[in-house]
Design a protein around this ligand. Structure first.
Ligand SMILES: NC(=O)c1ccc[n+]([C@@H]2O[C@H](COP(=O)([O-])OP(=O)(O)OC[C@H]3O[C@@H](n4cnc5c(N)ncnc54)[C@H](O)[C@@H]3O)[C@@H](O)[C@H]2O)c1
Length: 345
């Protein structure tokens, strides 16, 4: 069987730490045919580091030779590169978020439908062992109907001090679009992606604006810090469920906290660590998993799913309409903050 030819566009941090190593582990089925980056020196460095033979000088050349493309550029370029790749006949895995706006996401979906190619988004939290186990519990309806969801993606003083993460023009936002998107995506997926009907949010750009920052993840310019560093939101869904969302890169809290907690009408579920809460025989129980089937590496599982999707062996774990919903909600939280009112969807 011939190998699936994959090209990588944008070879910065996430390409070298996650996508390229994962795809190299799938060498029986995949060939990384080459890389493209606007920074040619960087592309050459990465190709020699991973012994990838080709450095493309244009994206179009890469698209002509590839069956599939992984996009790892800043958020601003996800849509235009994905659409060009799809139109050239390639399947696409885009880094998260799907794009900067819901309009761009919809244009990507239209291009994928027209080209009859696969399009997925790298929401790798879904591939964590706790997430996979939680999905099984939710699918089995063990907690009944999900009603109230608490989502926290909180880091204490960890603004990324590298790349373009604090640049609004290139990223579209800060802690919410960059980090919160993972936990939001995971929570929505676990409750079955019901339609959101109303979103209210407040974003802050304050904690990272003060001089003499204490920051664990490197240095950044507080003067040029353009994006949200703390966000709260309240979401209503068509099926009656509600979601409380709290995200930060730089919260003044004791320790980092990732929470997905779902209260259902028959029980409750916490994902990190995995626990189920329920009432039975007049008593209250909390059961925790003593062993969860291990996942070697969520990045590897994500790459494997994408390759299997391209080879028509599996359905994508992250469907495009679900990634679109995450972007719609993020956009609405930003809009709600700007307009100081709830946004009806
Ligand atoms: N899934 C995750 O947990 C995770 C983690 C980090 C980053 N990301 C996402 O990955 C993407 C890249 O982040 P990163 O940390 O690797 O950033 P980075 O700055 O380290 O790398 C980005 C690379 O893209 C290149 N580039 C910029 N514009 C380009 C263009 N138009 N065409 C081709 N190449 C271009 C840059 O030269 C750079 O080498 C972002 O969308 C980010 O949100 C995801």
């Amino acid at each position: 069987m011939s190998l699936l030819k994959i090209g990588i566009v944008g070879v910065g941090g996430i390409a070298v730490s996650r996508h390229i190593p994962a795809l190299l582990q799938l060498a029986d089925e995949v060939e990384i045919i080459g890389v493209y980056d606007v920074n040619i020196a960087r592309a050459k460095e990465v190709s020699s580091q991973f012994r990838i033979t080709h450095v493309f000088h244009t994206m179009e050349e890469l698209f002509q030779q590839a069956d599939a493309v992984v996009i790892c550029t800043p958020n601003k370029f996800h849509a235009e590169i994905a659409i060009a790749a799809l139109e050239a006949g390639c399947h696409v895995l885009s880094e998260k978020p799907m794009a900067m706006t819901s309009k761009e996401c919809m244009e990507m979906i239209t291009a994928a439908k027209k080209a009859q190619k696969h399009l997925s988004v790298a929401y790798h939290y879904r591939f964590m062992k706790e997430a996979q186990a939680a999905k099984k519990i939710m699918m089995a309806k063990e907690i009944g109907k999900p009603m109230v969801v608490r989502v926290q993606a909180l880091r204490r003083r960890k603004v990324p001090g590298w790349g373009v993460f604090t640049n609004k023009e290139l990223q579209g936002g800060g802690s919410l679009i960059d980090y919160g998107c993972h936990l939001l995506d995971l929570s929505l997926w676990l409750i079955g992606n019901p339609k959101a009907t109303e979103v209210t949010g407040t974003t802050y750009n304050a904690l990272s604006k003060t001089p003499d920052q204490v920051n664990e993840w490197g240095q950044f310019s507080h003067e040029n810090f353009e994006v949200d560093d703390h966000v709260t939101a309240y979401l209503r869904f068509e099926n009656g469920a509600t979601m409380l969302v709290e995200v930060s890169w730089s919260a003044n809290i004791e320790q980092d906290q990732e929470t997905v907690s779902i209260s259902g009408d028959e029980g409750g579920l916490n994902v990190f660590p995995l626990k189920v809460n329920y009432a039975k025989h007049g008593m209250l129980f909390t059961s925790k998993a003593d062993w969860i089937p291990p996942v070697s590496d969520p990045g590897f599982e994500q790459a494997k799913n994408f390759v299997n999707v391209c080879l028509n062996r599996e359905e994508p774990i992250v469907k495009w309409e679900e990634a679109l919903q995450v972007s719609e909600i993020i956009e609405s939280i930003y809009k709600s903050n700007d307009e100081r009112k709830g946004i009806q969807l």
